[in-house]
Design a protein around this ligand. Sequence first.
Ligand code: GDP
Ligand code: MG
Length: 166
Amino acid sequence: KSGFVAIVGRPNVGKSTLLNRIVGQKIAIMSDKAQTTRNKIQGVYTTPDTQIVFIDTPGIHKPKHRLGDFMVETAYSALREVDVILFMISADQKRGKGDDFIIERLKKSDVPVFLIVNKIDKVHPDALLATIQDYTSQMEFAEVVPISATEGNNFETLMDVLVEQM
Ligand code: GDP
Ligand code: MG
C-alpha cells in the first residue's frame, strides 16, 4: 500500500513533532516559535508492505498580508494531491479563528479528513471529550484520533487507520 498524507493545523499544535516521530528522524524543524516550517517538508514512512509520503504544511492561518496569502495558497494546493488530510489540533487550546478558517477550507475537501487531537498528555479526559465534541459539531471527520506526539500515545492506532485508508 502507498499514498500521500498532508498534516495541517495552527502553528505549535505539534505537526513537526508528529512528523518526526513518524519518519524517525529530525527532518522538520521543531520550535516553540510560530511558523518555523516555511516549506513543505516531506518524510516517508516505510514498512515491508507500506510506503506513505507525509507533507508538513506551513502554519495555515488567516492571511494578514500578501506574503501570508501566498503561503496559505501554497499550503492548500498541496491538499488537493493527497489521499488523506490530518487536521491537527491541540487538546489544551480552545477552538479559535485560525481553526475555523482551516475548517471552512477542509469542508470543501474531496479528500477524507482525520481530526488528530494532539497533546492529550496535557488535559483531563473530560476536557478532551468536550474538545472532540466541539470540533465534530463543526464538520464531519472520517476518523478522530487523540494522540500525544511527544509521549507516543495512540501512535500505532493512528498509523493503522492511515494504512487502512490507503
Ligand atoms: P508545529 O508548529 O505544529 O509544527 O508544532 P511543533 O511540532 O513545533 O510543536 C510545538 C511545541 O509543542 C513543541 O514545544 C513541542 O515539543 C510541543 N508538543 C508537540 N506535541 C506535543 C504533545 O503531544 N504533548 C506536549 N505536552 N507537547 C507537545
Ligand atoms: Mg512545524
